[in-house]
Design a protein around this ligand. Structure first.
Ligand code: CUA
Length: 324
């Protein structure tokens, strides 16, 4: 089927199962639609007014036929539902293993950051055969991250992180499209996903000039790998003055952030929230929305002082504090 020009290549672990479900749905629809249409035409001609067809022995009621046309489609529908639900869960459940990539969409381009610091625009290099976990956010309007060959599409929203994952099964270069109308240049908001052999990918990583290194001021050596996203996050943590209140050992004006990610946090209003990356982002931009129990609402907002890519670097840094 891959040879059909209208059909995208199958290059991820989802592609096979998604296509199978698609063809089963088409097949079922044809299975019912074709005989019904054919019989309508056949009977319309046979029993047209004035024809001398035999009209005796008309059936007015048959429980057997009624039960059949209720039970058979019921099980077919339940089967399709179960199959679809399992596939959906598999696509939406982000695996615990794999590598992370952070995507920021803007009018009209895709920006990718690798945790080790490499940055790309309208391109994404990944190794074959390894799960790739994506965290996506938009810095302006709604976009949609769409790789037809992987059967993957995920809306990219302003103000909210979404996640997606894929595992490429074939090396090659695949189309990336924006699948949500987002303004004048929506049609050219595309790019390439370059799937490489793991060894080639490692080589690409090591040859790629780090895009983040230039944000680190001379003479400063971050504790985390200097050119990584977390390293850039640490520089931000100091430059924006976060460190003044959020002391590592606690005892600052604000809560310590060590081990924060993934923990539940008790709030001043009695609620408890999970400290995920969305919580961290929201706390930087709108600190007064969720005040941690025992602390005063004195943190200023950093709205306008930090962009989406930097927020992701801060998140990576805070996640790295977790491991220390
Ligand atoms: Cu971005 Cu359409």
């Amino acid at each position: 089927m891959g040879s059909l020009p209208l059909f995208p290549e199958r290059a991820s672990t989802f592609a096979g199962p998604v296509d199978t479900l698609y063809f089963i749905l088409i097949g079922l629809a044809l299975l019912f639609a074709v005989p019904v249409a054919a019989l309508i035409i056949f009977f319309a001609i046979k029993y047209r007014r004035g024809s001398n067809a035999d009209r005796t022995g008309a059936i007015s009621q048959s429980t057997a036929i009624e039960v059949t046309w209720i039970v058979v489609p019921l099980f077919l529908a339940l089967g399709v539902f179960t199959w679809g639900a399992r596939l959906y869960v598999n696509i939406y459940q982000i695996p615990t293993e794999g590598m992370d990539v952070y995507i920021v969409a803007k009018q009209w381009m895709w920006k990718a950051q690798h945790p080790t610091g490499q940055r790309e625009i309208n391109e994404l290099h990944v190794p074959v055969g390894e799960p790739v976990r994506l965290t996506l956010i938009s810095q302006d309007v709604i976009h949609s991250f769409y790789i037809p060959a992987f059967r993957l599409k995920r809306d990219v929203l302003p103000g909210r992180y979404t996640t997606a994952w894929f595992q490429a099964t074939k090396t090659g270069v695949y189309h990336l499209f924006c699948a949500e109308y987002c303004g004048t240049d929506h049609a050219v908001m595309d790019g390439s996903i370059v799937v490489m052999e793991p060894r080639q990918y490692q080589q690409w990583l090591s040859e790629r000039p780090m895009g983040i290194a230039d944000v680190i001021p001379e003479g400063m050596t971050p504790n985390v790998a200097p050119q990584s996203m977390a390293g850039a996050g640490e520089v931000l943590f100091q430059r924006l003055g976060c460190i003044t209140c959020h002391r590592m050992g606690g005892g600052g004006i604000g809560p310590s952030l060590v081990g924060l990610l993934g923990k539940s946090v008790a709030l001043e209003n009695g609620q408890t929230v999970l400290a995920d990356i969305q919580y961290i982002r929201d706390s930087v931009l709108d600190p007064h929305a969720q005040i941690v129990a025992g602390y005063r609402p004195i943190m200023p907002t950093y709205e306008g002082q930090i962009n989406e890519e930097e927020l992701l670097q801060l998140v990576e840094y805070i996640a790295a504090l977790d491991e220390e």
